[in-house]
Design a protein around this ligand. Structure first.
Ligand code: PLP
Length: 407
């Protein structure tokens, strides 16, 4: 008999974005003449930077002749990319990370989900609320939670992000083992200061806990006072794993390349209290279950760090940030309280009532798709997330319609 993983039955009926897609489809079928503008799901819309395209073309050409053809590459990623990442994303910012502490992968989504394989079954896990749903759902699938009751899973420690704490939850008063943090944040767009991140690192070290730090939106930070990596904090090499992605930095959502940093000095513990290097464990897992990102895609990712690549990715993220500024100004101008959008592509808007109702109102009256905050957790009720990922033209049109409807 094929017994199933019954933890799947605990998952909430519908994954947030499928429910949005369902409602949008139903609306479009009923109103085929209306043009819907999507500021919902966080997918990029603008094409790849020219430097990446050029590098990928060149790499594809290399695959056409025996002398330069490449088969399986190193599972952890080619040295050319790992070296470029270590030098540019870490050492240039004073963060002490070596190339062989970087594991190149095909996505931060899979990595943030798969990393928990390294940990024991029974652990206390802290997740922010609101939160990127992947952290929660994958722990549910792995059986690390109880049932869902009133929007929260038993056994998880929820870190409330509220207007009062600026959507940067403080360290909990109870000891926890695993902590998910994401800055700049999806969905709230909030960023964490050095002092706030240092407090988390200090907490993790004091409690022998680990921080899983998702920095998928790092490329949108413009405020020079804000940290880009958790490894800019003292002691973070002993406290954190960091996840990065080329998805939003360079428009790679459909191209797929990301990486995870596991410092060699980061330890986990056996039941008896013996220290084990998580780097060696993740290396074992990665080489056993993953066969590397394709050579042309790694060459395209490497090109992000060339002089042209840096200028082009900056222009790309700047353009999205200009959209974000317009969204912020529009909603603030209409009297709504807004967070994010200055160092992140998401704007979190307090709509003061039911998120899904507000979502439906914008869909039906302005034909603009947003994301209901309630889909990100209990603390997201009464908020919507607006994404800046779209063309300038579409964002301008969407703001014009929203102004008309909400005035
Ligand atoms: N982490 C966060 C916080 C995200 O919002 C997303 C995508 O929206 C991801 C990770 C996924 O990144 P990737 O495309 O590399 O899988």
């Amino acid at each position: 008999m094929i017994r199933i993983n019954e933890n799947y039955a605990k998952l909430q009926a519908s994954y947030l974005f499928s429910e949005i897609a369902r409602r949008v489809k139903a609306y479009q079928e009923a109103h085929p003449d209306k043009r819907v503008i999507r500021l919902g799901i966080g997918d990029v819309t603008e094409p790849l930077p020219a430097a990446c395209v050029e590098a990928m073309h060149k790499a594809v050409d290399e695959m056409t002749t025996r002398s330069s053809f490449r088969g399986y590459g190193p599972e952890q990623g080619y040295d050319f990319l790992r070296e470029a990442i270590a030098a540019n994303d870490f050492r240039a910012r004073g963060a002490d990370i070596a190339a062989d502490e970087i594991f190149v992968s095909d996505g931060a989504k899979c990595d943030t989900a798969n990393i928990q394989e390294l940990f024991a079954d029974k652990l206390t896990i802290a997740v922010p609320d609101p939160v990127y749903p992947v952290y929660v759902d994958t722990n549910v699938m792995a059986g690390r939670t109880g049932k869902n009751a009133k929007g929260r899973y038993k056994g998880l420690v929820y870190l409330d992000g509220t207007a009062e704490n600026g959507f940067v939850p403080p360290v909990p008063s109870v000891p926890v083992d695993v902590i998910y943090l994401c800055f700049p944040n999806n969905p709230t767009g909030a960023t964490a200061t050095r002092a706030q991140l240092q407090a988390w690192v200090d907490y993790a070290r004091a409690n022998k806990a680990i921080i899983l730090f998702d920095a998928a939106y790092e490329a949108f930070i413009r405020d020079p006072a804000l940290p880009h990596s958790i490894y800019e904090m003292d002691g973070a090499r002993e406290a954190a794993i960091e996840f990065r992605s080329f998805s939003k930095t360079a428009g790679f959502t459909g191209t797929r390349c990301a990486y995870t940093v596991v410092p060699k000095t980061l330890m986990g513990y056996t039941k008896k209290g013996e220290a084990m290097a998580l780097h060696a464990m993740w290396n074992r897992r990665h080489t056993t279950k993953f066969n590397g990102v394709s050579y042309p895609v790694q060459r395209a990712a490497e090109a992000v760090y060339s002089a042209e690549g840096k200028a082009q990715t900056r222009a790309l993220t700047d353009a999205y940030l200009q959209n974000a500024a317009l969204i912020r100004e529009t909603l603030a101008g209409l009297g709504y309280s807004v967070t994010g959008g200055d160092n992140s592509p998401y704007i979190w808007v307090n709509v003061g009532k039911d998120s899904w109702k507000f979502f439906d109102r914008l869909l039906k009256r302005a034909q603009v798709v947003t994301t209901p905050g309630a889909g990100f957790g209990k603390c997201g009720q009464g908020y919507i997330r607006i994404s800046a990922f779209n063309s300038r033209e579409n964002v301008e049109e969407a703001m014009k319609r929203i102004r008309k409807v909400l005035k």
